[in-house]
Design a protein around this ligand. Structure first.
Ligand code: GLU
Length: 449
């Protein structure tokens, strides 16, 4: 069984880059299910070990965003609740000589890095901690220093076949031994993530390429835990007008996108293709989008993301939405459901669900529109030519043919006054579609003024 995970840190509102990671994992699992028939499981993991920056409101926002996107999870985990487990692994690693204590302060480490750079050397940790004798350590601790711990990387080639990047290989000698416990006893992301991935049986890890060097380090940790190494896929990060997208750059958060009327499927359809050379397909269901998805088609170049592209795609998604879905959306918004005929009439004219309300008002209110005198007298004259019986999509054609015959008016001179009387606007949905929606009674009333 395929097990994927999405592991946000609840330290801010999610932005498009986070949503992308969540949806690429989900689509990958859906597409694998389609290909192999194998079921999958989706783990949502809160990377909340940073107790100062993690906030309950950001965590709630993650749930809300995921629900909004329509991605459900089969298992929910919190790193903050698993500290005993991480400490247990740490003790085991200590016993096996896989970790070592270090005593440098952040300033001292920074000084070392600066000196290395000045000499043209890569800023790789010099393993000074590893060379300390027991007496030296005692002495440092007597001075009031507390140890932090680093994982001792093997100086060997670590490689994997990345779904997106192909064969990847890093030599441990060129990487700094990662700090896995800070001097205050807290765990940075690196080791807990691996322990969780092992314990939760994660089979595939899809995450941004900013984690590629972490992967080389983490593979050695999987090996140290005696676990099977998952399959990795690192799609390139999105670039935007602001350069690399990140929370700090103030990119649009998912809630802002939602407030702007962007549909979750607009985001999903666009991001399922951005970075591939395939065109966007308009889908309304995750399953359907999953059928077309292939992570191996993602290229190595950073795709350019422009929020404008979401605004351009959104009308295509909304206009082709099945009525049941439109009504579900309206219900969520506390707005009344609409009929098939009304939707068929107005859908070509709306860009987002919120636009429906305005046409609803236009079609169903009881007032008449103020129009200029010449138009009014024309409308009063032609209202009598309305065909008998219930209005349907043929009514407008029959009516206007008769008007042409009787008045000699055609084109704009004919349509414009009627549109103004019926809708109060210069432009809008096709009148042939609107007429049955507005109905005989209101049409007569609005024509007469
Ligand atoms: N919390 C990490 C992040 O948001 C997760 C990285 C990972 O997927 O391993 O970057």
């Amino acid at each position: 069984m395929i097990v994927v995970r999405f592991a946000p840190s609840p330290t801010g509102y999610m932005h498009i880059g986070n949503l992308r990671t969540a949806l690429l994992n989900y689509l990958f699992a859906l597409s694998a299910k389609k290909r192999t028939g194998e079921d999958f499981s989706f783990v949502l993991r809160m990377d909340d070990t940073d107790t100062e920056r993690s906030k309950p409101e950001y965590e709630q926002a993650v749930y809300e965003d995921m629900r909004w996107l329509g991605i459900s999870w089969d298992r929910l985990e919190h790193q903050s609740k698993r500290l005993d487990r991480y400490n247990q692994v740490l003790e085991d690693f200590k016993k096996r000589g896989l970790v070592y204590a270090c005593y440098e302060t952040a300033e001292e480490l920074e000084y070392k890095r600066r000196r290395q750079r000045a000499r043209g050397l890569p800023p790789v940790y010099d393993r000074a901690g590893l060379k300390l004798s027991e007496e030296e350590k005692k002495e440092l601790e007597a001075q009031g220093r507390k140890p932090h711990y680093r994982f001792k990387l093997e100086h060997k080639e670590t490689s994997w076949d990345d779904i997106v990047r192909g064969h990847c290989s890093y030599n441990g000698a060129h990487l700094s031994d990662p700090i896995i416990v800070r001097e205050d006893g807290t765990f940075p992301y690196m080791l807990p993530s691996v322990i969780d991935d092992v314990d939760f049986g994660i089979t595939h890890i899809i995450r941004g390429e900013d984690h590629v060097t972490n992967t080389a380090v983490q593979i050695q940790m999987f090996e140290a835990l005696g676990a099977k190494v998952p399959v990795f896929g690192h799609p390139p990060l999105l670039t935007g007008r602001e350069g690399k997208l990140s929370k700090r750059l103030g990119s649009l958060s998912s809630r802002e996108l939602r407030d702007e009327g962007i549909e979750p499927m607009t985001i999903a359809c666009l991001l399922a293709r951005l970075g591939t050379s395939d065109p966007v397909v308009v889908c309304h269901q995750w399953d359907e989008l999953g059928d077309h998805f292939d992570l191996t088609l993602f290229g190595r170049a950073q795709p350019h993301f422009d929020t404008e592209d979401l605004f351009k795609l959104n009308p295509r998604i909304v206009r082709s939405m099945p009525l049941a879905e439109v009504n579900a959306r309206l219900k969520e918004r506390g707005e009344p459901e609409i009929s098939e005929a009304f939707w068929a009439a107005i859908s070509p004219n709306i860009d987002k669900i919120a636009d429906i309300a305005q046409w609803e008002k236009i079609c169903f209110h009881d007032d008449v529109y103020q129009i200029d005198e010449a138009d009014r007298s024309f409308c009063r004259q032609v209202v009598d030519f309305l065909p008998e019986g219930d209005f349907d999509e043929t009514t407008f054609g029959l009516w206007t043919t008769l008007i042409k015959e009787k008045t000699g008016k055609k084109g704009k001179d004919l349509f414009h006054p009627i549109r103004m009387a019926l809708t109060g606007r210069e432009q809008g949905p096709e009148l042939k579609m609107l007429l049955p929606v507005i109905g005989r009674e209101k049409t007569i009333m609005r024509m007469q003024g």
